[in-house]
Design a binder for this molecule. Structure first.
Ligand SMILES: C[S@@+](CC[C@H](N)C(=O)[O-])C[C@H]1O[C@@H](n2cnc3c(N)ncnc32)[C@H](O)[C@@H]1O
Length: 217
């Protein structure tokens, strides 16, 4: 059999309407293809950039999970902050208006102590939280609240009379042993939510998850 040729189009393959064919050809022309390729590249760059930015912000929050002792970011409740402030105000330590919060999170305990006249410092591994805390101190004009990015296990505690820790149960024995070796006398240690396993607290403030144990060393 001979191949049928469409006389209107000269197209031996399909016999399509020439008007419809011209519409299709115009849309898929080189200009359209170039534009859709650059839109695709732009979208890919935006998505890729957003994914990288998100990973950079999230990494400091996820990385504590990769450490030997996992201490996640769980901010203290308002009641818990109040209980820590009560413990600090009862403090009768010699030269006792210096405090440190080990793992200071968004800085709420350090800022609250700073507002009450304590020379207060927070150490925190998460650089985003350190930046945020510094920004809040600057915005609220609390000059005696300072922050640094530091590992709480490598801090010189001897400069502080009040030490606050909101840790996890697993780290308390190790921390207790560390404090026994390094703390100067007349220091007060305030443990939030989890007590030390062997020390006897001088008093306990609050109840449930907001409990605070106060130890005089
Ligand atoms: C339970 S949160 C307490 C936050 C803050 N103290 C509060 O009461 O709101 C513990 C904090 O310790 C930080 N952290 C975990 N491991 C740490 C380490 N080795 N050194 C310093 N900070 C650490 C976490 O990033 C988290 O922000």
């Amino acid at each position: 059999m001979m191949a049928m040729e469409n006389k209107n189009t000269g197209n031996t393959h399909c016999g399509c309407d020439p008007y419809l064919l011209s519409l299709v050809e115009t849309k898929e022309g080189p200009t359209f293809k170039k534009a859709s390729r650059s839109t695709g590249l732009l979208l890919a760059s935006i998505t890729g950039g957003a994914a990288i930015a998100l990973s950079v912000v999230c990494y400091p929050f996820v990385s504590p999970a990769l450490r030997r002792v996992v201490l996640p970011y769980v901010p203290a409740s308002t009641k818990q902050v109040e209980n820590v402030m009560k413990a600090l105000s009862n403090s009768n330590m010699v030269g006792g208006r210096k405090m440190i919060d080990l793992g200071s999170g968004d800085g709420r305990i350090v800022l609250a102590a700073g507002q009450r006249g304590f020379q207060s410092h927070g150490v925190e591994l998460n650089s985003v939280l350190v930046l945020y805390s510094k920004f809040t101190a600057w915005r609220q004009r609390i000059k005696n609240a300072t922050f640094s990015r530091q590992d709480l296990f490598k801090v010189d505690y001897t400069k502080y009379n009040n030490i606050v820790i909101f840790g996890v149960e697993e780290m308390m024995p190790e921390l207790e042993a560390l404090f026994e070796k390094s703390l100067v006398s007349s220091s007060q240690v305030i443990a939030c939510r989890f007590p030390f396993p062997n020390w006897k607290p001088s008093h306990v403030i609050g109840e449930g998850i907001d409990t605070v144990w106060v130890y005089e060393v």
